[in-house]
Design a binder for this molecule. Structure first.
Ligand SMILES: [Fe+2]
Length: 503
C-alpha cells in the first residue's frame, strides 16, 4: 500500500499527534509523525484549557451554553497501540459560550476545555504503564481477566445530557454510562439504573423523548437479546425489559416514535465469544438475510416484525407516526463490514472505499404488515442530527455531514455540512481543501421555535495547520458560511458525537 507524505501526517495529526506539542512534547519532523503520534503518556488529569478565544465574525448573542463532544483520543500507551477508529480512550471536549457583560456590551465569551476520561480501564492502564485491554479491532495478548464489560469501557462514543438534573454521561457501545461532572469534566463513576442492570450495556444512542423520558437499549453480541431501558424524566428507571430477537449482534442506534421503539437489525452476525479479544474478526455478513425491522409497542413491549432488502447502518435520524404509518429516516451503510474493517487511523484511505452511504426512508404500515425502503438519492452522508426535542415527532430539518467529490481521496471522513429542509434543495457548506468536518448539531433558537430556526454548530479539523475550529451557522442559511468561528490554539483528536446544553 502506498501512502503519500502529507495526508498521512494529516490524518495522524488529526487523530491525536497534534496534542503532543500542547502537552509538552516537541513537534517532530513529519516523517516521524507515525511513531510520535501516540506516546502521550502525560498525566490523565491534565485538561486542555484554551482561555477566552478570539471570535471571527459575530457570535449570536442568544447562543449560550456548552457544546460537549467526545471521541477516542488515546490509542497508545507504553509502546502498545491500537489503530482502529473505534479504539481509544475517551476524551471529553467542552466548548462554552458565555454571555458577555451587559453593561459593557461585551460579546459572548467562547472557550474550550478538554480532558481524558478517567475510566477504570484508563486508570488501570496508567498504573500499568501500558494499554492492557483488547479493543474492538485489536486483541492484546495477556490481557487481564474481565469482571464485566465495563473493564473495557473507554466512554468514547456519545454523550447523554440531562441538564434539568445537571447530569452528563459519556457513553460507549457495550457498557455502562459514565457519569461526568459537566463543569470539571471529571469522571464520577459508572451509572447503575437498577441493581439488576448494574454493569449491563447501555448503548451510545439513547433517545430523549419530548416529555423528558429517556429510552435506550443494550445488547451483547451473540446473545440474541436486546435490553430495553425506560427511564422517567426524574432519572428513575421505570421499566427494564428483555426482547429476544435474532440479528441483534451489532445495534449501534435506534429510534422512538410517540408509541413505538424502532430497531433496524442488519444481517451482520457475530460468531465469537464476548470478552475473548477483539470482536471484529468474528463478524460475518449473511447475504441471505434481510434487514429486520422491529416495531416495539412502548406500552407492552409487544413486537411487530418487518423485513426489507438488506443493508447495513450505523445511525438513524428519527422516526414518527404519520397517517397510519411509521416513518423512519436513517443512513444506510450498504457494506458495513468493509467500512468497519477499514476504519484505521494508521493513515490515509489505503484500501478501496466502501460503497457510498445513502440517505434512506422506511415506511411501515402496521395494519397491513407492509414495509417499504426508499433511497431518495442523497449519498456520501453520515452523522444525522435533528431538533433535540423532536425525537419521535415528525421532522423536516436534518443536519448531516457529506463527503464532497472534491475531498482528498487519501483522507478519511467528511468535508461538508449539509442541511435537509423538507422538500427544498439541501443547503451545503463545504469547508474546503485540508479540512475534516466533524458532526454538526442543530441548536433550536428557543424551545418553542419553529423547526429549522436557530443554529448549526460544529467543529472541523484543518490538518495543514493542525488546528480545530468551531463554527456556528444560521440554520436557515448554512450555504452562506459561518456566522462566526473560533480557532483553538491546538488541534483536537477527531471525535464522534456531541450534545449541546443550553445555558
Ligand atoms: Fe454513533
Amino acid at each position: 500500500m502506498t501512502h503519500t507524505h502529507l495526508p498521512r501526517r494529516a490524518v495522524l495529526a488529526a487523530l491525536g499527534a497534534s496534542l503532543l506539542p500542547v502537552l509538552g512534547h516537541s513537534a517532530e519532523a513529519p516523517d516521524a509523525w507515525r511513531s510520535s503520534y501516540t506516546p502521550y503518556n502525560g498525566p490523565l488529569k491534565a485538561p486542555l484549557a484554551s482561555g477566552p478565544l478570539p471570535v471571527q465574525g459575530r457570535w449570536p448573542e442568544a447562543l449560550q451554553g456548552t457544546l460537549y463532544r467526545v471521541g477516542p483520543a488515546r490509542r497508545e500507551l507504553g509502546g502498545v497501540a491500537m489503530d482502529h477508529w473505534f479504539d481509544g480512550d475517551g476524551m471529553l471536549q467542552a466548548f462554552r459560550f458565555e454571555q458577555g457583560q451587559a453593561s459593557t456590551q461585551a460579546p459572548p465569551r467562547v472557550s474550550h476545555r478538554g480532558a481524558l476520561l478517567a475510566t477504570p480501564k484508563l486508570t488501570a492502564e496508567e498504573a500499568a504503564g501500558r494499554l492492557l485491554y483488547s479493543g474492538f479491532a485489536t486483541t492484546l495478548p495477556h490481557a487481564p481477566p474481565l469482571s464485566g464489560p465495563d473493564d473495557l469501557n473507554p466512554a468514547n462514543i456519545n454523550l447523554l445530557a440531562l441538564p434539568a438534573r445537571k447530569e452528563l454521561f459519556a457513553l460507549w457501545e457495550a457498557g455502562s454510562a459514565l457519569a461526568v461532572d459537566p463543569v470539571t469534566l471529571q469522571a464520577q463513576g459508572f451509572k447503575a439504573w437498577s441493581p439488576e442492570t448494574r454493569g449491563a450495556p447501555f448503548s451510545a444512542h439513547p433517545r430523549v423523548a419530548p416529555d423528558g423520558s429517556v429510552w435506550n437499549f443494550g445488547y451483547v453480541p451473540g446473545s440474541g437479546k436486546l435490553l430495553v431501558y425506560d427511564i422517567a424524566p426524574t432519572g428513575q428507571l421505570r421499566r427494564q425489559h428483555v426482547l429476544t430477537t435474532a440479528q441483534a449482534d451489532m445495534v449501534h442506534d435506534f429510534a422512538i416514535t410517540d408509541r413505538h421503539l424502532v430497531f433496524l437489525l442488519m444481517p451482520l452476525q457475530f460468531h465469537g465469544q464476548p470478552g475473548m479479544g477483539s470482536p471484529l474478526p468474528h463478524y460475518q455478513w449473511n447475504d441471505q438475510a434481510p434487514l429486520v425491522v422491529l416495531l416495539v409497542d412502548k406500552a407492552d413491549f409487544k413486537v411487530q416484525r418487518f423485513e426489507l432488502p438488506a443493508t447495513g447502518l450505523f445511525h438513524l435520524a428519527n422516526a414518527w407516526e404519520e397517517g397510519g404509518t411509521v416513518q423512519v429516516r436513517f443512513v444506510a451503510q450498504p457494506d458495513i463490514l468493509h467500512a468497519l474493517r477499514h476504519l484505521k487511523v494508521d493513515g490515509p484511505r489505503s484500501t478501496p472505499a466502501a460503497p457510498a452511504t445513502r440517505w434512506a426512508h422506511i415506511t411501515l404500515t402496521p395494519a397491513t404488515g407492509q414495509a417499504r425502503l426508499a433511497y431518495p438519492g442523497l449519498a456520501h452522508v453520515e452523522f444525522p442530527r435533528i431538533h433535540p426535542a423532536r425525537n419521535g415527532l415528525p421532522t423536516r430539518f436534518t443536519t448531516l455531514l457529506e463527503r464532497s467529490a472534491g475531498m482528498d481521496a487519501q483522507v478519511q471522513g467528511f468535508d461538508t455540512v449539509l442541511t435537509l429542509r423538507g422538500d427544498q434543495t439541501p443547503q451545503r457548506h463545504r469547508y474546503g481543501a485540508g479540512w475534516i468536518a466533524e458532526e454538526h448539531v442543530y441548536v433550536p433558537a428557543s424551545p418553542g421555535a419553529a423547526e429549522g430556526r436557530g443554529w448549526v454548530l460544529g467543529t472541523a479539523y484543518h490538518w495543514p495547520s493542525e488546528r480545530t475550529t468551531l463554527s456556528v451557522f444560521d440554520a436557515q442559511a448554512v450555504n452562506a458560511g459561518p456566522l462566526a468561528s473560533v480557532t483553538l490554539p491546538y488541534g483536537l483528536p477527531l471525535g464522534l458525537h456531541g450534545q449541546f446544553v443550553p445555558a
